[in-house]
Design a protein around this ligand. Structure first.
Ligand SMILES: Nc1ncnc2c1ncn2[C@@H]1O[C@H](COP(=O)(O)OP(=O)(O)OP(=O)(O)O)[C@@H](O)[C@H]1O
Ligand SMILES: [Mg+2]
Length: 675
């Protein structure tokens, strides 16, 4: 025998004797046993005859069921069952079960004498005599209503909790949110299902520690996130951070994370919990907006520079033209001047492209059928592509019309085709496609509502099978002077010009590109309902001459005398004025003027105001505007009347002579009697 047991036997004799007593049958008289039972108050304990009538009573019967002894004895046992159970035959079934199995557990709503229901737990046991005859049954039952109500309340609140948790989970999923908890002491992370989805964690995976989580975060954001967590854990400050998650399939999503720190009773930080929301779309919209703003800023700068340079270029080109005309054909200085002329021409091209990009060139829009423009340009595009590249056009029949400047649309096509050619040095295929499309709200939301519109558009797609544009480059290709081509092979102005033209025409442009697969530029121009004007522009004519008197109004002291001399060289008599008031004064004295050529922005009185005065004073007198700088703003502010005859600076003598002659002839046709 083990030592312990021995000692306990010796030291606890009373315990031993108690056990012995319990083991022996107790010889209690029936009366005493009955007396004990009768005194039990919390349990109703009574006997039933074999046919189910109550045969005994105790205090508990009074307390639990509400019957005095006299009332209770001899009444049918089914009294205490609810009407429904009685109707269903429960009382008899219960006794039958107890008779068959020895006992029957009995948890159900019961009926008190006063009609109040209570939740009873109890047991019915069958009693047999030595000969195997059924003597009767004992029933023991207790009122457990309070516990039952408590259980029910608990269950209901659990159900409610389940419901609200379900609601919460649905809301989290709808908001594309997920929650997390981080136990700081054990460095244990817990993600909910939503967050697992945001992180792309598979069903059999688990991110267990902060380090596991950090490994899924974009390398560029990882340190900042780790720092944000340790800062919050260390100082108790709320966590607020944004980062990119790299999913296993390589997809990148932006998440915004807010968290809180929790403390123990000693005030030590023990855990953090928070929620992440997917903000990828918002980030993309922000980025598109930022890019558009950047383009605007660069556009203003470029436009300003181009404006300044244009007047100088007008002078360089014009004076070279003048000097060339004075030289003999054999003069070697002709060649030198031609170099100057060509260089200035290239500079003028750059400024023209910059003006196009900054949406500050004056468009001369007409209602166009893009299919017609493409068809007429096709021979040139094919030539430009070269023999090793195929060309295909898929043009939608009955294409809607657009309102755009034909020459500018051609520039868009040519620039996009040139880029495609350069992207396919070893051959490939350029496809041009047109289609009528209606952009709905869903499309606009998928992109950024700030950048594109909705409604009816004509879509023009140019797609090539070239090398594609890497994603990090795509956001920059429309910037002026952005090029990946070797020095001398690209200025990086092609796409900026395309961008400016499309924007100024009320449309928008997207690029889609896959490395090694090719690139597609999609241009959307708003639909107009008017049918397209037919026919292409008239072919160029030789620079004509004339003998009329022309008033040149220009504040620039270089451009004014130059223009005067260019016109003089074509046979015209020229008068000069520095601004609108000056011009009106000059006209009062010289009634023989046949045409006014005027700058737009000048001190004292600008071109538009001058034109309005002239319309009142000399309605027959044609006015031709010239400017290096016009944009929507100028037209909107009434500085230039839309649709007015207009000459873009810098111009050469040929263009100047053509425009002047055109206007003079138009006027002569209208009123052949005027001088
Ligand atoms: N179809 C294309 N395929 C591949 N890359 C392209 C394509 N179109 C444009 N790019 C890229 O965009 C850059 C900018 O194009 P953009 O037309 O503005 O300038 P560029 O062609 O380099 O010079 P420029 O047009 O002034 O001669 C190009 O240098 C090239 O890297
Ligand atoms: Mg280009």
């Amino acid at each position: 025998m083990p030592m312990d047991a021995e000692r306990s036997l010796q030291s606890a004799p009373t315990e031993t004797s108690t056990r012995q007593v319990a083991a022996a049958p107790i010889q209690l008289g029936e009366d005493r046993w009955k007396a004990i039972v009768e005194q039990v108050k919390d349990y109703a304990i009574f006997m039933l005859t074999p046919d189910g009538f109550s045969a005994s009573w105790n205090e508990g019967v009074k307390r639990v069921l509400g019957y005095e002894e006299a009332e209770f004895l001899g009444q049918p046992g089914w009294y205490i069952f609810t009407p429904e159970d009685r109707a269903a035959g429960v009382p008899a079934q219960e006794l039958a079960t107890a008779a068959r199995d020895g006992s029957c557990n009995d948890d159900r709503w019961m009926f008190r004498k006063d009609g109040v229901r209570f939740w009873a737990t109890g047991i019915a046991t069958s009693l047999w005599d030595d000969a195997g005859g059924l003597i009767g049954f004992t029933k023991v039952m207790r009122d457990r209503t309070d516990e039952k109500r408590h259980d029910e309340a608990l269950q209901a609140s659990e159900e409610r909790l389940g419901e609200s948790e379900h609601r919460l989970l649905t809301a989290l999923a709808a908001a594309r949110m997920g929650t997390w908890k981080w136990d700081i002491l054990s460095n244990q992370e817990t993600f909910d299902e939503g967050l697992n989805q945001l992180f792309g964690v598979g069903p059999s995976e688990q991110l267990k520690t902060l380090e596991d989580v950090l490994r899924r975060i974009h390398p560029d954001d990882r340190d900042a996130v780790a720092l944000a967590f340790s800062h919050s854990a260390g100082t108790g400050a709320d966590l607020a951070t944004e980062f990119r998650v790299v999913r296993p399939d390589g997809a990148i999503r932006w998440l915004r994370d807010h968290g809180k720190v929790f403390y123990d009773q000693q005030g030590a930080a023990v855990s953090m919990a928070g929620a992440c929301v997917d903000v990828t779309e918002r980030k993309q919209a922000d980025e598109q907006l930022r890019q558009a703003q950047r383009m605007d800023a660069v556009g203003r700068l470029a436009g300003g520079v181009a404006h300044e340079v244009n007047n100088m270029m007008t002078a360089i080109i014009g004076f070279s033209d003048l000097v060339v005309d004075t030289l003999d054909d054999s003069d070697s200085r002709r060649g030198d001047l031609n170099h100057i002329r060509r260089a200035a021409g290239r500079a003028a091209m750059v400024t023209a492209q910059l003006l196009a990009f900054s949406r500050r060139q004056l468009l001369q829009p007409r209602v166009l059928d893009l299919n017609l423009v493409i068809n007429e340009l096709q021979p040139m595009l094919v030539r430009l592509l070269g023999e090793d590249k195929q060309f295909a056009a898929h043009l939608q029949p009955s294409l809607w019309s657009v309102h755009a400047d034909r020459g500018q649309v051609e520039q868009v096509l040519i620039n996009l085709a040139l880029n495609a050619r350069d992207a396919m040095p070893h051959g490939g295929r350029l496809a041009i496609e047109t289609a009528n499309v209606t952009l709905d709200d869903a499309y606009a939301t998928r992109h950024s509502a700030t950048v594109i519109g909705r409604g009816a558009f004509v879509r023009l797609v140019l797609s090539d099978t070239g090398g594609g544009i890497p994603e990090d480059v795509q956001s920059r290709i429309f910037e002026p002077f952005f090029t990946t081509k070797p020095v001398g092979q690209g200025t990086g102005l092609g796409l900026s010009m395309v961008y400016g033209i499309v924007k100024q025409s009320g449309g928008f442009i997207w690029v889609y590109s896959e490395p090694q697969q090719g690139t597609a530029f999609k241009v959307y121009l708003p639909r107009v309902d008017t049918p397209a004007d037919s026919g292409s522009p008239a072919p160029p004519r030789p620079a004509p001459r004339g003998r009329e008197t022309i008033l040149v109004v220009e504040d620039d002291d270089m451009v004014r005398p130059l223009t005067a001399r260019l016109l003089g060289a074509k046979g015209y008599t020229v008068l000069e004025a520095r601004h609108g008031l000056d011009a009106l004064e000059s006209l009062r004295r010289n009634r023989e003027v046949s045409l006014v050529l005027t700058d737009v922005i000048m001190p004292e009185m600008g071109g538009a105001e001058l034109a309005r005065r002239l319309a009142a004073l000399y309605p027959e007198l044609p006015v031709l505007f010239m400017s290096g700088f016009t944009d929507d703003e100028i037209v909107r502010r009434g500085l230039l009347i839309p649709g007015s005859p207009y000459l873009q600076k810098p111009f050469d003598v040929h263009t100047l002579a053509l425009r002047v002659r055109e206007l003079l002839d138009a006027r002569a046709e209208k009123s052949p009697l005027s001088p």
